[in-house]
Design a protein around this ligand. Structure first.
Ligand code: UGA
Length: 435
């Protein structure tokens, strides 16, 4: 099938390449010439495992191309819209400028029977507002939220946990069949396929992210209680996680969630609920946000406390910059936030990360960046792990780290290290919500 994908960021670029990988003919469109040049040359403009391979393959096969010209969307049967919906500069609500611009830009190139599939995360009610504009062209708007996780984006796109579409007429079997044809490998595998209305589809997405954020903040709240009682939140998480109704995943206590999705999505959800007169229904999301942000302060405070009250002129090595491993994304990264806090307290901060240094340096030039992990560790008075890359979690031997660092203070901002092994190598170990 011929498909167009408007917006070639973390979501759109992966979607375009993944759709080509399952046999479709795809044109990816973005206003950013640099991004399009890079993608056209088969170079992934950001780090995402597996993307490079399907990009190269897609371009070589002739099924995948990229352009800045929206007119090239003409002739595609389904047009995916995967542009960003960032937090507004002066509030909590989502900024829909890019979604509106993409839809309006697309209108002249739509034909009777086309499908416009919104994938961006939008406030509930957005699709209903956009639909009449699309209908005037003879095309139909559907909402098809995306649940991919960065770091697993290719796999999540080709083989998702579920597919959800919000459509204007639940009995439109022809339209449903076209969407099933798009996602044919997942459909053939029996992936749950939920056909619903616009509002439900939009809400499924924000509800899922709100739930995940709540789960993380719940365990981080338990970490706060553990800290004043001497309990160990990691054991607590293991114990409650054995209850299948609770489950252990997303009960990783630490410096909390960041990235381009969870933080802004829970805020946009609160803002939308307020507009709908139901702010109280999601008041808890403000607590979820507050708990999350407190954990970044807590991590910095642990380092300060380890030095007896001041990090002034101390050499601190920060392991990690990305908001999570297997990504070079630093949007609202808790890791960088902690680094900046320590720098603000007068420490000399050196940051290292396997993938995210270039992005980090562009945004926060005031920090010292060292690509080589061991080089970064050399002479450190304290070390803090803030992104649980395997390079730090599994592959960093505490004895080896001790041979490089000056001091023996290790702060585990992700509770990802083998604490007894670090202690045995002479380190004073500090975890989050652990004695
Ligand atoms: C999230 C959702 O998980 C996806 O399902 C969704 O599609 C995506 O947002 C989106 O809206 O586009 P993502 O932002 O890639 O995906 O990252 P997550 O894996 O959800 O992690 C988010 C943050 O939570 C990271 O900073 C991570 O370190 C943190 N986290 C995760 C914890 O602090 N503890 C945990 O136990 C798990």
């Amino acid at each position: 099938m011929r498909l167009s994908v408007i917006g070639c960021g973390y979501l759109g670029a992966v979607h375009a390449a993944a759709m080509a990988s399952i046999g479709h003919e795809v044109v990816g469109i973005d206003v950013d010439q640099r991004k399009i040049d890079s993608l056209s040359q088969g170079k992934a403009p950001f780090f995402e495992p597996g993307l490079q391979e399907i990009l190269t393959e897609g371009i070589a096969s002739g099924r995948l191309r990229f352009t800045t010209d929206l007119a090239e969307a003409k002739g595609a049967k389904v047009h995916f819209v995967g542009v960003g919906t960032p937090q507004q500069k002066d509030g909590y609500a989502a900024d829909l400028t890019y979604v509106n611009a993409a839809i309006d830009g697309l209108l002249p190139y739509l034909s009777e029977g086309d499908i416009v599939a919104g994938k961006s995360t939008v406030p509930v009610g957005t699709a209903a507002g956009l639909a009449p504009r699309v209908s005037e062209t003879g095309a139909t708007l559907i909402w098809n939220p995306e649940f991919l996780r960065e770091g697993w984006a290719v796999q999540d796109t080709v083989d998702p946990d579920r597919l959800v579409i919000g459509i204007p007429d639940a009995d439109d079997e022809q339209l449903v069949q076209v969407v099933k044809d798009v996602y044919h490998p997942a459909i053939a595998k029996g992936t749950p396929f939920i056909v619903t209305d616009y509002a439900t589809a939009e809400l499924v997405k924000v509800a899922a992210n709100a739930f995940l954020a709540t789960k993380i903040s719940f365990i981080n709240a338990m970490a706060e209680i553990a800290e004043v009682t001497g309990a160990d939140v990691t054991q607590l998480a293991d114990a409650i996680g054995h209850d299948a109704r609770i489950g252990r995943r997303f009960l990783g206590a630490g410096i909390g969630f960041g990235g381009g999705c969870l933080p802004k999505d829970i805020r946009a959800f609160s803002a939308r609920a307020e507009e709908l007169g139901r702010g109280e229904s999601v008041n808890f999301l403000r607590e979820v946000d507050a708990i999350n942000l407190r954990r970044r302060d807590r991590a910095a405070q642990l380092v300060v406390d380890a030095f007896g009250g001041s990090v002034f002129k101390k050499n601190i090595t920060v392991l990690g910059a990305a908001f999570k491993p297997h990504s070079d994304d630093i949007r609202d990264s808790p890791a960088l936030d902690v680094a900046i806090k320590l720098r603000g307290l007068g420490a000399w901060v050196t940051v290292t990360d396997p993938e995210a240094l270039e992005n980090a340096e562009r945004l926060h030039p005031q920090l010292n960046y060292v690509a080589d992990r061991d080089e970064a560790l050399r002479g450190a008075d304290a070390v803090i792990v803030v992104t649980e890359w395997d390079e730090y979690r599994r592959q960093l031997d505490p004895e080896h780290a001790a041979s490089l660092a000056e001091g023996r203070i290790i702060v585990d901002g992700r509770n990802c290290l083998d604490a007894p092994a670090w202690r045995a190598a002479g380190w004073t170990y500090y975890g989050m919500g652990r004695p």
